[in-house]
Design a protein around this ligand. Structure first.
Ligand code: SF4
Length: 152
C-alpha cells in the first residue's frame, strides 16, 4: 500500500458513514488528562483559551467506554491532547478496564514518555496488555527538547 493510499484510508469518510445515523466509529481517542509537562510549539494544547486542570473522572470513563463497546467501537486510544502519564494511576486503571473488563481488541497510547518509567513504578505497572505505545521523544538533555517542548 502506498503512503498516499494509507493517508486516504485515514482521511476519507467511507460511504457507510455518510448517513444521518452513521454506525459507531471503529476507533476513538479519549483525553483522560488534559495536562502536560511540556509546551511544544506546534501543539494545539497551548491554544486552548482555558487550560483544563482536571483529569477525567474514572466512573465517567467506565460508563462511556462501556457504551462505546456496546455500540461497536473496537479501538480505544487513552489520550488526545495532554500527557496521560500525568495521572499514571488513572492511566493504568483505564487500560486495565478497557482490556480486561470490556475486552477491547485494541488499546493504544501516544506519549512523550518522559515520565513513563518513574510514574508507572509508583502506581503499578502497565501490565495490562496494551497493544501499542507510541513514544514521541527527544533526548532528555537536548537543545531540541528545550526549544521545541519548552521544558525550561
Ligand atoms: S508533549 Fe504532546 S501533548 Fe504535550 S505539549 Fe508536546 S505535543 Fe502537546
Amino acid at each position: 500500500m502506498t503512503i498516499t493510499e494509507r493517508i486516504d484510508n485515514i482521511t476519507r469518510i467511507p460511504p457507510e458513514f455518510r448517513h444521518a445515523q452513521p454506525p459507531a466509529p471503529k476507533s476513538v481517542k479519549i483525553e483522560i488528562s488534559p495536562r502536560c509537562n511540556y509546551r511544544c510549539g506546534f501543539c494545539a494544547l497551548r491554544t486552548r483559551e482555558v487550560q483544563p486542570k482536571w483529569d477525567m473522572d474514572f466512573r465517567l470513563f467506565q460508563r462511556i467506554t462501556r457504551e462505546m463497546r456496546e455500540a461497536g467501537v473496537e479501538e480505544i486510544g487513552v489520550f488526545y491532547l495532554g500527557e496521560s502519564f500525568m495521572n499514571p494511576r488513572l492511566l493504568v486503571d483505564c487500560i486495565a478496564w478497557t482490556k480486561q473488563e470490556l475486552r477491547f481488541p485494541y488499546v493504544f497510547l501516544t506519549s512523550n514518555a518522559s515520565m513513563a518509567l518513574a510514574r508507572t513504578r509508583s502506581s503499578g505497572s502497565l501490565s495490562a496488555p496494551i497493544r501499542r505505545l507510541i513514544p514521541s521523544t527527544f533526548p532528555e538533555s537536548s537543545t531540541i527538547l528545550t526549544a521545541v517542548a519548552r521544558t525550561r
